[in-house]
Design a protein around this ligand. Sequence first.
Ligand SMILES: [Zn+2]
Length: 451
Amino acid sequence: MPKTMQTTIQCVNCRQPIRATIQSVVDPAQNPQAKIALLGGNINMVQCPNCGTPNSVLAPLLYHDASKELLISYVPMELGLPKDAQERAIGEMMREVTSGLAQGAFKAYLLQPRQALTMQGLIDQVLQADGVTPEMMKEQRDRVKLVETFMQSPPDLLPQLVQQNDAKIDAQFIQTMTLVIQQLLGEGREEVAEQVAYIQNQIVELSSFGKQLMEQNQAQEAVIAEVADAVNALGPEAQRSDFLQLAITYMGDEHRLQALVGLVRPVFDYGFFEEMTAYIGKAPAGDRAQLEGLRDMLAQLTAMVDQQAQAALQEAVGLLRVIISSPNPDEVIQANLPMIDQTFLQVLSANIQEVTKRGDLNASAKLKDIYNRIVSALQASMPPELQFINQLLNAPNDDEVRTMIAQHAGEFGPPLLGAIDAVEQQLAGQGDPAVMQRFELVRREATQALA
Ligand SMILES: [Zn+2]
């Protein structure tokens, strides 16, 4: 783990002393969050608890990324260190890096760190190693500047500002805003993040790009709904040949075919393509080329759907790793709540099973702890009615349920009944008789209490 140091600095604005943590080595292999912080200009930055001014702590920094054979030192000129003191500082940080290396992992690039004269220079070198060119960096800086302009604008001037910058608002700009929001959430600045999210919504509504995007989304949803209807019309007994006939009616229509594969991916298995090849063999010669084109497209689309599932899986694995290695897992969980979905929970459960099977008690306890933290965070983010229903379903006995409803149902009023309907729809599919029985009691008692 990278070593950190405590120091006290004086706030540039209000002159109050501030305690600050200095990070001297940034290594994404050990701490991916630190690289993100560095690229966002947030490394060795501390916000004054007294006046809120961000203060940068001037300290030597070493960036190390073994996967890219990248080693860059940064000694702020403002420190005014003489050359030998600079070298000593770099030498100390180097020892920290090399002492953490596995045996035999020492390579030539470690002998000669590159130098960065400014923090921005360091960030540029790290980005360049990621394949980001200076032009791309300038464009990105301009985007960030524009985001800042929007954040500082009074709300009533927003429509005008969008109009003035309409040409610059594109997918990358919207993505940049999303990054800013994530960064703010990571820093625990929920209120500002919410504000930026609100502005982002406004921009999507008002800009040409956003309008186009919404139209596309609507069109896409309409296509998906139409294809879903067609699939449902095939009925529960539908055969491969029925799906093949449906695909043929969509021949040449990539959007509808994509919706079809996305909706019923399991249909397009090896057997389907075998059957389709046989079908093509028997088709009139004049139709074959077209049918073969359709088969190729369906194969491409299934590969694409699988790739997306794979990417979602990798993202979930990455997030889990960040949560495990974070000293404050609750914060990371909170900031990434929208990413904690079914896929993520499956990855977590699979990991728990795996370490339990291996008998690794430490890892298993740690993962179970993370699981519990996630469940609490998900529950806390639920509307209060749902939280209450959840408590009722988990209550130790029926009497407890009656007491809780008698005491608290009035606080929620009629929306509680609406929430009960919504939960019932979800539970009905699972059909656990004990849960359904408890649920009936909840409904009866709540209806009476609110009558
Ligand atoms: Zn201050």
